[in-house]
Design a protein around this ligand. Structure first.
Ligand SMILES: [Zn+2]
Length: 410
């Protein structure tokens, strides 16, 4: 048995006006605290970076002392629960530590327009959850009261102890992300290893299956149109507000479709194997420039350069994370040459891949779908990494042979 954190997403149903207002106030207070501490620490941080002055305090504890002072100086904050607002400092302390270590820049200000209103109920002392029936649950937020939440399919962890709740407004309604610590049975490793090739339009697996990314073109175009429209509208005008709402709606739809696709795809893949091998996306992104790769010069330039590319990266990142926890084991391999190498004989040649879709080895004549061939190479690299034997890289099993036959002759 393993202890793992699982987060369940609920939709918070519209609460009484007063409650809703208070929730926005909480989020506003968190933003205020973040910006206050940011400003307070900026001068110290810059002085320290220039070699003058003391190292700013970066611990949650020392920031907390400062917070108590601030809270008693700010009247309106006294009416709101302290712990959730104080918890902002935990995020801020992490951001500051990252900046001090030189990993990141100094924390940016939180803006009302650019950041979704959110706050965290950090520990089980700060909230209560009651599951009424299969559909509805109640959440008690301190000094605000009970709010009703719902989730399609009910609460899968209703018997577990909730650890933390994050509330976030998505521009339409509040959502509650409840984290549970659950005991999960470690998936028995059935020895099946699957290679996954992630591409611009699709995901291919080494067993010859394809999972096509949903088509966002129309929605993406609409999103861009709203963005352009918003840019030329007068700030704070009603028309601009209207466009902003529409923009938020279409963005939300895109995100939801993507999320569903990721869940469905990873569920299917994880049902087939205990270990999944993927390309190291960090390495892949470094080598894949907007101008295209060596393997694929100039093609997909637009997708790689534009918004689509950003969307795709998010989807692939989510896919990878989901595969990791659903399959049990995830192996990352260097993506170099995976699309040019023949998965049958190992011959690596640009000529193997004259077209985008087909793979035809110039050495042994092996033919396959180019992405399936890449997925097979990825699988082999993963197996070599796991077993530490280069030899196993081109050993074929009856199962893969059968797929090859089908792909070659089918
Ligand atoms: Zn070959």
């Amino acid at each position: 048995m393993l202890e793992e954190i699982r987060t369940v997403e609920f939709v918070v149903l519209p609460a009484a006006r007063a409650k809703a207002r208070k929730m926005f106030q909480m989020a506003g207070a968190c933003r205020y605290v973040w910006n206050h501490f940011r400003e307070k620490n900026l001068a110290d941080y810059q002085a320290f970076k220039n070699g003058k002055g003391q190292r700013p305090h970066t611990s949650y504890f020392s920031l907390g002392v400062e917070f108590t002072k601030l809270r008693h100086e700010t009247e309106w904050m006294l009416e709101l629960p302290a712990n959730p607002i104080k918890h902002t400092l935990k995020y801020f302390a992490d951001a500051l530590k990252g900046a001090m270590a030189g990993k990141k820049g100094f924390p940016k200000p939180r803006s009302r327009n650019r950041h979704a209103p959110s706050f965290t109920l950090p520990s089980k002392e700060n909230f209560r959850i009651k599951n009424i029936d299969k559909k509805y649950s109640l959440l008690l937020i301190p000094k605000i009261g009970w709010v009703k939440m719902t989730r399609r399919g009910g609460n899968p962890y209703k018997d577990s102890v909730p650890k933390q709740v994050v509330l976030r407004h998505d521009g339409h309604r509040w959502r509650a992300f409840v984290s549970y610590e659950v005991e999960v049975e470690k998936r028995s490793d059935d020895g099946e290893i699957l290679g996954v090739d992630m591409n611009v339009h699709q995901v291919a697996t080494s067993d010859g299956h394809f999972y096509f990314l949903p088509d966002f073109k129309k929605k993406e175009a609409r999103r861009k149109r709203y963005q352009r429209r918003m840019a030329r509208q007068v700030k704070r005008s009603n028309r601009r507000k209207d466009t902003k709402k529409k923009l938020a709606k279409v963005s939300r739809k895109i995100a939801n479709i993507r999320k569903n696709w990721v869940h469905q795809t990873t569920k299917e893949i994880s049902g087939k194997c205990g270990t999944v091998v993927v390309e190291d996306l960090k390495v892949k992104n470094m080598t894949a420039s907007a101008k295209g790769t060596v393997e694929n010069p100039g093609k997909n330039v637009r997708q790689k350069a534009g918004l689509n590319r950003a969307m795709l990266d998010t989807a692939l990142g989510e896919l990878r994370r989901n595969l990791e926890y659903k399959c049990g084991r995830l192996v990352e391999v260097n993506p170099a040459h995976t699309s040019q190498r023949c998965s049958e004989c190992g011959h690596t040649d640009k000529e193997n891949r004259k077209t985008q879709a087909r793979f035809r080895c110039v050495s042994c004549g092996y033919m396959s779908n180019a992405d399936t061939n890449a997925a097979m190479n990825i699988r082999r690299l993963g197996m070599a990494q796991l077993h530490g034997e280069e030899r196993s890289v081109f050993k074929r099993t009856p199962a893969t042979r059968e797929i090859d036959m089908r792909l070659t002759h089918g």
